[in-house]
Design a protein around this ligand. Structure first.
Ligand SMILES: Nc1nc2c(ncn2[C@@H]2O[C@H](COP(=O)(O)OP(=O)(O)OP(=O)(O)O)[C@@H](O)[C@H]2O)c(=O)[nH]1
Length: 329
């Protein structure tokens, strides 16, 4: 059986051979192909290779969505589940409707038969009405149970959908949210007229690091840096992986001075991270980041805020990197 290391080497060779950039989705698909446990995916890829079709990011992403995406498979299951619940409620409601109609018809015809001069007959009719009332009560109880079940199913579906939404908006490599999620959150903060601060964090000389130690180790470093970034934000704002080796944090309702303090803590925390190669046991060089901070009053635009924080980060790069800079108006 191929060791994990063998597999990763073959994954890298596969990506190189097909000139695919080492982004997480490409890794994921290549890894599944090399691992040989997705026959349909293997067949699709082999078909393209034998037809000499160029493998590009779009094609790989379509395979990911079709064969591997947990999200699309789960969405199908959820939709089926919701369908079943809706069908069940719809049947129970029409049964109950039918029972009420029958009861009313029974009541109508019974009332005609009630007669003071024929007490035994009247008693018989009333007793049959009591039976019908109990039967209707049973029907209503059944409907109530179905509705309670539906409520429980809906709650389960809501939780599952929340999880799917999280997966959809999460960057697979770092576990941080993606920019699209931030966009939604900022819209909400703007509605609440909150002022916003943005911090952009960009790894220094990461290209050299990748070239020297390889993209795989680069990925591990990137995900550790992401966790460090997240640890300084907690509930106070939202950190996202903006693009490649750049992170962005947006914090509502804080002053620029506080944002600067957080930025400095992040810079310092990342500089102190230690990376050890699991293969050689040797220490890898430290990673530093250049950090930019920008502040905008309430109702400002996320694009502008991001742009300003990036400009500030560029100032930090120009100042020699491994430092925090502010956006200058
Ligand atoms: N391992 C890995 N590398 C990535 C990822 N995304 C982007 N990168 C790399 O990040 C590097 C960015 O390089 P540059 O834009 O030249 O920046 P830099 O070398 O960090 O230099 P400065 O930003 O000027 O300090 C490139 O080598 C990208 O391949 C990723 O997901 N994983």
């Amino acid at each position: 059986m191929a060791t994990a290391q063998d597999k990763m080497t073959r994954v890298c060779l596969f990506l190189e051979q097909h000139k695919l950039v080492p982004i997480p989705i490409n890794y994921h698909v290549a890894y599944a192909y090399i691992s040989d446990n997705h026959p349909a995916l293997k067949q699709a890829i082999n078909g393209c290779i034998s037809n000499k079709t160029l493998l590009d990011n779009f094609l790989v992403e379509s395979w990911y969505n079709e064969y591997l995406s947990f999200e699309s498979k789960n969405q199908d299951t959820l939709i089926k589940g919701v369908d079943q619940v809706v069908n069940k409620i719809s049947h129970s409601t029409s049964d109950s409707h039918e029972a009420v109609n029958q009861y009313l018809a029974h009541l109508d015809s019974s009332l005609v038969g009630i007669n003071e001069s024929n007490l035994p007959r009247s008693r018989q009719i009333i007793s049959s009405l009591i039976d019908a009332t109990y039967a209707l009560k049973g029907q209503q109880q059944q409907l109530q149970e179905t509705l309670l079940q539906a409520q429980a199913e809906t709650e389960k579906t809501r939780i599952a959908l929340d999880q799917l939404r999280k997966i959809r908006y999460t960057d697979p490599l770092t576990g941080l949210f993606q920019y699209t999620y931030l966009d939604q959150k900022v819209t909400l903060w703007k509605e609440q007229h909150q002022s916003l601060c943005a911090i952009t964090i960009d790894l220094d000389h990461f290209n050299d690091f990748n070239q020297k130690y390889g993209h795989l180790i680069g990925d591990i470093v990137l995900s550790k840096v992401a966790k460090k970034v997240q640890s300084y934000v907690l509930e106070s704002g939202i950190p996202v992986r903006n693009k490649g080796e750049e992170f962005l944090i947006v914090l509502p309702d804080i002053t620029q001075a506080t944002a600067n303090e957080i930025a400095e803590k992040i810079r310092n925390g990342i500089e102190k991270l230690r990376f050890i190669s699991s293969r050689s046991g040797k220490r890898l060089p430290s990673i530093t980041v250049s950090v930019g901070v920008a502040h905008l009053p309430a109702d400002s635009d996320l694009t502008l805020l991001t742009y300003n924080a990036q400009q500030a980060m560029e100032i930090a790069k120009k100042r020699g990197r491994n430092t925090v800079a502010n956006f200058l108006n």
